[in-house]
Design a protein around this ligand. Structure first.
Ligand code: KIV
Ligand code: ZN
Length: 496
């Protein structure tokens, strides 16, 4: 069995997507969960891009000690210096530096020549090696780079000290056999390739990121760059859960990964909640329908033998919906214990706030599951950072009435009240809010129940736009109109 290294870039490639931004505390929570999951490398950020990214790499380096902590840079000296400084406390640090290698990147983005690109790549790797022993080089847009030139770059950076060579299909352009052949070409034609690990980094623009990553592994790659839930630039990256389960389900593939698959669902939900991006119901492995059998024929088949329609035992990926864990009689210690189990370790002050919210919820919804707790944490995280707060909401709706909403919101020290009519309670509420805050356009609105039962929490994700920029909001409440309004305010709060 050959080891496939799992390199998670949720905190870098996914986090740079508009709307997915996290604060340092949230990033640490996710990094801790990734460590528990068994990721070999965590790309914690791009320190030169912002003070927030810098601080997150510093803090993650201090508390997450088993995986390698990696920081991204351009092939620019200052970026490399900043990354090295951010990684100073990491037990095992890696600098991930690189430059575009495709004709388009060289000509249009870098206004350079192939010879100069090789030189800049070599200089960046050599400089990074003066700070750390582990340097990964990425050849941006390798998917559209000519194989011979790519081999020249790869040979040069390995000679300069690169320990890992990343061959990104940055634009998600390649087909699996084409990408596999590219990796095989490098494995067979770069004389010093045995001195480095080949890494894959695939984007999903044509829905082939997982297939491409697997093709690469079968042709010599030994590191796969992935994100939780496949989040990432545009259509996203290869999903960690897909690559791990594809390898786990196919014993004929002679590879092993060090991931604890029972943590997959938990990790997916934590990332979805904190990044405020819902998981599509039919998402492979972690979607809420991934193990639901709806047609009578399928249900009958599964009852006779689970394997009739299931290739994965749901428990293997952490699906255990039946575990009811807390009630209104549970104390603070029990809440703290169960929050820890879902990967969240609040400080005492935050625990007090969460406990109050927990009791409010437990009064309305008798049994609180781990899923409810995750949402409670996400809800509080979004409320904490909000600039516009809901003080009061009253709606009238139903057959033969004109839907009307009155809202009172607080912005800083000031409160504003407005009333509006609309097509329904949500429309009326949003109109009232807009009249006292900002003129925004609602781009997307999604309500999901968390588990089951009409007393369940409703999760609302909204996407709004304002002056050409997109903002995401998230909230959950047993009252879906309140959740909708809170989620709308969460998004509006992010407008500068
Ligand atoms: O997609 C890409 O090429 C990247 C690199 C920066 C590794 O994300
Ligand atoms: Zn990428």
């Amino acid at each position: 069995m050959e080891k496939i290294h799992i390199f998670d870039t949720t905190l870098r490639d996914a986090e740079q997507v508009p709307g997915c931004q996290l604060n340092t505390i949230e990033k640490i929570e996710i990094a801790r969960q990734l460590e528990k999951l068994g990721a070999d490398v965590i790309e914690a950020g791009f320190p030169a891009s912002s003070p927030g990214d810098f601080a997150s790499v510093v803090e993650i380096s201090k508390v997450v000690t088993r995986p390698v902590i990696c920081a991204l840079t351009r092939a620019v000296k200052r970026d490399i210096e900043v990354a090295a400084e951010a990684l100073a406390r990491a037990k095992r640090a890696r600098i991930h530096t690189g430059i575009g290698t495709s004709p388009h990147h060289i000509r249009e983005k870098l206004h350079s020549t192939p010879g100069e690109i090789v030189q800049r790549a070599v200089e960046a790797v050599k400089y990074a090696r003066t700070f750390v022993d582990d340097v990964e080089f990425y050849a941006e847009d390798a998917g559209r780079t000519d194989d011979e030139f790519l081999a020249r770059v790869v040979e040069a950076v390995i000679a300069a000290g690169a320990t890992v060579v990343n061959i990104p299909d940055t634009t998600g352009y390649c087909l699996p056999d084409e990408y596999g052949a590219k990796i095989a070409y490098l494995a067979n034609n770069v004389p010093n390739i045995d001195k480095a690990i080949i890494s894959t980094h695939c984007h999903d623009d044509l829905g082939m990121a997982t297939a491409n990553s697997l093709a690469a592994v079968r042709n010599g790659a030994r590191q796969v760059e992935v994100t939780i839930n496949g989040l990432g630039e545009r259509a996203g990256n290869t999903a960690l859960e897909e690559i791990v389960m594809a390898i786990a389900c196919h014993p004929e593939l002679p590879f092993e990964v060090g991931v604890n698959t029972r943590e997959l669902l938990q990790t997916s939900r934590l990332v979805s909640t904190l990044m405020r991006v819902p998981v599509q119901p039919n998402k492979a492995i972690v979607g809420r329908n991934a193990f639901a059998h709806s047609s009578g024929i399928h249900q009958d088949g599964v009852l006779k033998s689970r394997e009739t329609y299931e290739i994965i035992d749901p428990e293997r990926v952490g699906v255990d919906e039946s575990s009811i864990i807390l009630t209104a009689r549970s104390g603070r210690a029990a809440l703290k214990h169960h929050l820890g189990r879902v990967g969240y370790l609040p400080g005492e002050k935050e625990l007090d706030i969460l406990y109050g919210k927990f009791l409010e919820l437990a009064d309305k919804k008798r049994e609180i599951t781990s899923r409810d707790l995750e949402v409670l944490v996400g809800n509080e995280a979004s409320r904490r950072d909000r600039r516009v707060h809901l003080e009061a909401l009253q709606v009238t709706c139903g057959a033969s009435t004109i839907p009307t909403a009155t809202v009172r919101v607080r912005v800083g020290e000031e409160s504003f009240t407005a009333t509006a009519h609309g097509n329904g309670p949500i429309d009326a509420s949003f109109r009232a809010i807009k009249s006292v805050t900002r003129e925004v356009l609602l781009e997307e609105y999604l309500v999901q129940a968390i588990t089951r039962g009409s007393d369940d929490l409703g999760k609302v994700h909204v996407q709004i736009s304002h002056e050409g920029r997109v903002y995401h909001g998230f909230a959950a409440n047993v009252d879906t109109v309140t959740a909708s309004v809170e989620s709308f305010l969460d998004a509006i709060s992010k407008i500068d």
